[in-house]
Every structure is written in structure tokens, then in C-alpha cells.
Design a protein around this ligand. Structure first.
Ligand SMILES: [Zn+2]
Length: 492
């Protein structure tokens, strides 16, 4: 029986965030050890769900020490990185010998000591398991992939959808590849190509444009049998690191020269199309005017605050858009969300159905999308913030936003949460008694993931700019560690 090590250690590090990712934050939500992992993920449409199914099919004995997936936030402390990495590497020593590895990483983790935290981790893992053991890694489409990562993994398999709804399929692809390698049928190796660009590929949008084009070409090559896997990563650009930016990796059996040629050709296309964008942000006043146009019985106008996206490391407590809605007297609004643990505690002390005054949001950094608001309203609902997400991105997995509240101010129902997270599932509202289809305006904080669940219920979708932490600002003053010359900082 083959013994396969699997683990999940995912973080998208926004190096501009002032919220450090420490061990306590990692343990706060979506964190499981050992036997908690099958209990949480068996039977779900998730990377681990697929991993357990593959283990059953191929007869693997799985070693699964940890699953850690903190919300995107600031730089990972050395203690946190060493703790989680240590749990995984320790399992190689105590539960080995290991015949194969199937890891689920994000690929944009930055720790205090390691800009390329995944590269560092994979190098340590490689030295533990030795050169003959196949290491297969699934990655987020927004991974910043490095040469070091490609050198220390046999295969890198990135998501192909944004919103990401194919973690399950990619994990299965990785599992099948690993099984073939362990049977001695193939010897996968991975090559990488990059260009001097900080972003591109339409920030990874897969509906149309260059990303969709390259994914289709990659899948055609996989289907022809010419290569084992082609992964296109758009990168995560809120990272002041040397290797930020898009990449193409090609996993081949044997000869790497052909794979390198494909990767270079694909990246030439990414370079040529670097200006292509479908992201259009509207100013707050314009969006408030659109909200005012809603008539009784209309489906909701769905507004996403792109710049305070908790899924990109945003603080999730920016108040600029909320303040403008209140000031303009817009009603029939569901607002998701303000992340403010203190305000939830205040609401709990006041109790359901009580009128109270709160200081809400804008506390992490008032310069990022608006400072705290002093509001008087009614505590409409209090919950523990837990529910099972069944939407397109939910997979049937329990989510935990911590103690949560609906605070009603005028005609606006404001969701206030304890654990930060972007809006990706209607359950984030319905679990609090809010039916989003019955509001004329639904506000969320997200760049793109919200679309999977919220576009189908919307009369129109717009993106609003509140100048919060995830604003797409590219200046040499912010990006001091990026390799130079690089587009768009330098004329190339
Ligand atoms: Zn992503």
C-alpha cells in the first residue's frame, strides 16, 4: 500500500496589510488537524474531498497532518510559518516512509524571512523525502510561482476558473498524475516561464480574453498527450516581492525542452496582451445614483467593493460606500459586510431587538476606504456565524465567520462579522435571516468571486472603488522589492 502525504497550507499574503498572519489567526477558522480533516472534508466538492476519493480508488494510505487556510492578510510570522511547516515536515519523519506527496497550496505566501514561502517549504520537503518521491502541488490561479517552486515540485496544477470552482477537479488531476508516477509510468518534471510584468491576463478572469485563450490552449495540449499539465497563473499583485507576477508552468514526462518552448510561447502571449482588462471600477457617487434608481419588485443591483476585498487581504471594514448609502438615504439595502469583532460584542451586549449606538468599521486603518462610523440602529439578528456553504464555491463545507450580527440602520441591513471573509455564498446572508433576492441593492466586498453566487440573482453587477487597501496602485515607492525593470513601473 502506497503511503501518500497530503496537507493544505494556503495563504495569499498582501504585504501591504498591517494585519500580521500569526498562529492565532491561522487557528481561528478553516484549520484542522489529523482526524478532523476527513471529518470536515470527506464527501465535499473540495481539494481534500477529491484527495480522499482518490485514496480510496487507488488504495493509498493517507497521511494528513494539517489543513490551514487563513483568510488573506498580512505577512506570515516566522513562528506561524515554522509551526505549520513543522507539522507537515514532522509527519514525514514520524509517519514515513512517504511514497508520494499531494499538497494543496495557494502559492502567494510571504513570511517574515521568506518572500517565496512555498518555494522554501517545498525545498525543505524535497530534502526530507529525497529526489525520487513525486511531489504534486495544486495551486490557486493567483499564485506567484517561482523557479524555486518549479524546481522542488514535480507537478504544479493551478485552478482554471475564477471564481474558483474547480479545486475538486484539479485535485483529482493531481491525484491521477501522482498515481501514474508512483506506478513508474511517468516521471513528471515542471518548467516555468515568466516575463518582466507585475500583473496581466486580466487579473485571471477566465470568462473571456487572454486567460481563457491560454487555458483552452493548455487543455488541448494535455488532451493530445504532448504534456502532462499546463498551468497558467495570473499572479497576486498586492505583494511587494521580487517574483510577483504571472507565470506559465508546463509539466512534462521526460524531455523538458518542448515544455519550456510551450511555456515561453504562452508567456509571449501574456506579455502581448498585458494591457487587456475587463475590470471597470465606478466612483461611489455614481453607484449610489444607480442604487437610487431601484424600483419596488426589482431584482437587486449587486455592488462589489473591489478595493476592500477580504479575499485579497483587504481589511473588510472599509466604510466609505456604506456611509454614502446612509447619507443619501438609500433604503432596501443588504450590506455584506463590516468585519468588526468589537461591534458584534457591543451588539451582543445590547441584545436582539434592542436599539443601540455603535462605532462601526474603519478601525484597522481609517485611511483605507473610510474610518469608523457612529451609528444608531437595531440589532436584528445574532448568530455564531457558522453554516454550510452549498453555493458554486461552497462545496458543502462548513464556514465560520465567528459571532455575527445584522444591524439595521434606516433601511440598510448591515452584516457585521468577526472573522474576515469576502462574499462568495448566499448563505452568508441567508444564515442571518436575510434573503438577498428581496433587496433592491445588495452590497458585497469582493473582486470577482462573488459573481458565482450573486450574478444569477442580480439585475446588474457593478464594481465600486472606495480607495481601500486592494486598490490597484503600482508605484516604485510601494513596490521596492520587485525585480527591475518591470512593467508597468518601467518603460519596456
Ligand atoms: Zn485566487
Amino acid at each position: 500500500m502506497k503511503r501518500v502525504l497530503t496537507a493544505r497550507f494556503m495563504h495569499e499574503t498582501n504585504t501591504f496589510s498591517r494585519v500580521p498572519t500569526d498562529t492565532a489567526m491561522i487557528r481561528r477558522r478553516d484549520y484542522h488537524l489529523e482526524n478532523e480533516i476527513p471529518e470536515a472534508f470527506r464527501g465535499t466538492r473540495s481539494a481534500f474531498g477529491a484527495t480522499f476519493e482518490a485514496a480510496d480508488k487507488f488504495g493509498w494510505a493517507l497521511v494528513h497532518p494539517v489543513s490551514a487556510n487563513p483568510n488573506p492578510s498580512g505577512i506570515v510570522t516566522d513562528t506561524a510559518f515554522e509551526t505549520i511547516a513543522g507539522v507537515i515536515l514532522g509527519a514525514v519523519d514520524t509517519k514515513g516512509p512517504i511514497d508520494g506527496v499531494l499538497l494543496h497550496l495557494h502559492g502567494a505566501m510571504v513570511s517574515e524571512s521568506h518572500e517565496d514561502a512555498e518555494g522554501e517549504f517545498l525545498a525543505r520537503l524535497r530534502s526530507r523525502v529525497g529526489p525520487e518521491v513525486t511531489i504534486v502541488v495544486t495551486l490557486d490561479l493567483h499564485a506567484n510561482v517561482t523557479q524555486y517552486m518549479a524546481d522542488n515540485a514535480n507537478a504544479l496544477i493551478a485552478y482554471r476558473t475564477y471564481p474558483h470552482i474547480d479545486q475538486y477537479e484539479r485535485a483529482w488531476q493531481g491525484a491521477e498524475l501522482l498515481e501514474r508516477a508512483m506506478q513508474g509510468e511517468i516521471r513528471p518534471r515542471t518548467v516555468i516561464a515568466r516575463r518582466p510584468m507585475m500583473y496581466g491576463l486580466d487579473h485571471g478572469r477566465t470568462q473571456r480574453g487572454p486567460m481563457a485563450e491560454l487555458i483552452a490552449r493548455g487543455e488541448a495540449l494535455e488532451n493530445s498527450g504532448e504534456v502532462l499539465a499546463v498551468s497558467i497563473c495570473a499572479g497576486f499583485s498586492r505583494a511587494n516581492i521580487h517574483d510577483v507576477g504571472p507565470s506559465v508552468t508546463v509539466t512534462v514526462d521526460g524531455d523538458t525542452a518542448r515544455g519550456q518552448g510551450i511555456a515561453e510561447e504562452f508567456m509571449d502571449y501574456a506579455w502581448q496582451t498585458r494591457d487587456f482588462t475587463t475590470v471597470k471600477l465606478l466612483p461611489v457617487a455614481e453607484v449610489v445614483a444607480l442604487a437610487r434608481e431601484g424600483k419596488p419588485g426589482d431584482k437587486p443591483l449587486v455592488v462589489a467593493d473591489y478595493t476592500d476585498n477580504p479575499g485579497g487581504g483587504g481589511y473588510g471594514d472599509a466604510t466609505a460606500f456604506l456611509k454614502s448609502l446612509i447619507d443619501a438615504g438609500i433604503d432596501n439595502v443588504a450590506f455584506h459586510a463590516i468585519c468588526d469583532p468589537e461591534a458584534v460584542q457591543d451588539g451582543m451586549r445590547a441584545g436582539v431587538r434592542s436599539k443601540t449606538s455603535l462605532t462601526l468599521g474603519g478601525k484597522t486603518d481609517p485611511a483605507m476606504g473610510g474610518g469608523p462610523l457612529s451609528l444608531t440602529g437595531e440589532v436584528v439578528c445574532l448568530t455564531n456565524g457558522r453554516f454550510i456553504a452549498y453555493g458554486p464555491m461552497g462545496g458543502g463545507i462548513e464556514r465560520d465567520y465567528g459571532p455575527s450580527m445584522v444591524f439595521r440602520v434606516g433601511g440598510i441591513d448591515i452584516v457585521v462579522i468577526t472573522n474576515n471573509g469576502q462574499a462568495v455564498d448566499l448563505g452568508q446572508l441567508t444564515s442571518l435571516g436575510i434573503d438577498p433576492t428581496r433587496y433592491r441593492t445588495v452590497a458585497v466586498k469582493s473582486m470577482q468571486h462573488f459573481r458565482a453566487a450573486f450574478e444569477p440573482i442580480a439585475r446588474e453587477v457593478v464594481l465600486v472603488d472606495t480607495s481601500a487597501l486592494c486598490s490597484e496602485i503600482y508605484t516604485p515607492e510601494l513596490f521596492t522589492k520587485v525585480r527591475r525593470p518591470v512593467w508597468p513601473l518601467d518603460p519596456i
